[in-house]
Design a protein around this ligand. Structure first.
Ligand SMILES: [Fe+2]
Length: 291
């Protein structure tokens, strides 16, 4: 079986929509059986639908995990709106949208193909990807505001995960919930008859060693929002996990984390691809698994 993966397609940019056509053609030409979309297509539903439909043209099976941008509410300040709960968007709206486009929505259930299970979660962040000394210096209370020294992580404006009582949840609680759901999926996949391989897809990053550290600000401030090390602990809970695919970072990378293949092939923003011809984009922005 041949699996292709893409992420961070950010199709609000016209240049990226052109690049996506190239990616879809390459995936089709290489006869992928499955294409995984590891989040951050757009905050606009019609763009997500069109992207998933385009990928359905490229491969028979499409699996989707949303990223933080896909979870954004297109309103001026979502956390102030009690009627908006990002869990509703994550669990229901995007599930329905994916299903309508013929794509498998990974947060709802694992995808079983032959002896392989593909499981996935958006994941979230809990500031554990920051160097501990810098995190301590800034303090979790400031990080929770997602603002520091005049810069802001935009989720602050467009995301509001609420608990059952309707109160806003802190980032660590959201991260723990995402980790629990991923753990349940891996546990289910492990005992599923005939499953020999598990592939894990998270939008946020699961391992500290995969995150680029510069020791400089504001780079390390943004690392607070890269992911959670708890996701990595969950991924390592099963020996059947063969590889872990991530998005979010906009940095192409391939790592060996204690014998586990961990990689991301984000498309990212057009300004981040300066010097790369559009025809060359598929060479580095599609991840491949033969299993
Ligand atoms: Fe992201």
């Amino acid at each position: 079986m041949r699996i292709a993966s893409v992420s961070d397609l950010h199709t609000d940019y016209a240049e990226n929509r052109d690049a996506v056509v190239k990616l879809a053609i390459a995936i089709h030409e290489h006869a992928a059986d499955v294409v995984i979309v590891a989040g951050d297509v757009s905050h606009k539903n019609d763009r997500i639908s069109r992207l998933l439909a385009a990928m359905k043209e490229a491969a028979p099976i499409v699996a989707f995990v949303p990223g933080n941008h896909d979870l954004w509410f297109d309103v001026p300040f979502a956390p102030a709106r009690r009627e908006l709960n990002t869990w509703d968007r994550y669990r229901r709206e995007l599930f329905e949208l994916s299903s309508a486009a013929g794509a498998h929505y990974l947060p709802a259930a694992p995808l079983f193909v032959g002896d392989t299970a593909i499981v996935g979660s958006c994941g979230w962040y809990d500031y554990s990807m920051m160097p501990p000394a810098i995190r301590e210096g800034i303090g979790d209370e400031v990080l929770a505001s997602k603002q520091y020294g005049g810069i802001m992580w935009s989720d602050a404006r467009f995301v509001g995960f609420r608990d059952e009582g309707g109160e806003l949840m802190d980032d660590a609680s959201v991260a723990r919930q995402m980790e629990r759901e991923l753990l349940a999926q891996i546990a289910a996949a492990e005992v599923h008859p005939g499953v020999e391989n598990i592939i894990v897809v998270t939008h946020h990053q699961p391992f500290y060693e995969v995150v680029k550290h510069t020791g400089q600000m504001p780079w390390e401030f943004f690392n607070a929002f890269m992911g959670s090390t708890g996701l990595g602990d969950v991924i390592k809970s099963s020996e059947k996990v063969r590889c872990a695919i991530y998005g979010h970072t906009h940095m192409v990378g391939e790592f060996d984390v204690v014998g586990l293949r961990v990689y991301g092939t984000p498309l990212g923003y057009p300004r981040e691809r300066k010097g790369i011809e559009i025809g060359d984009v598929p060479k580095t922005r599609i991840g491949w698994i033969e299993i």
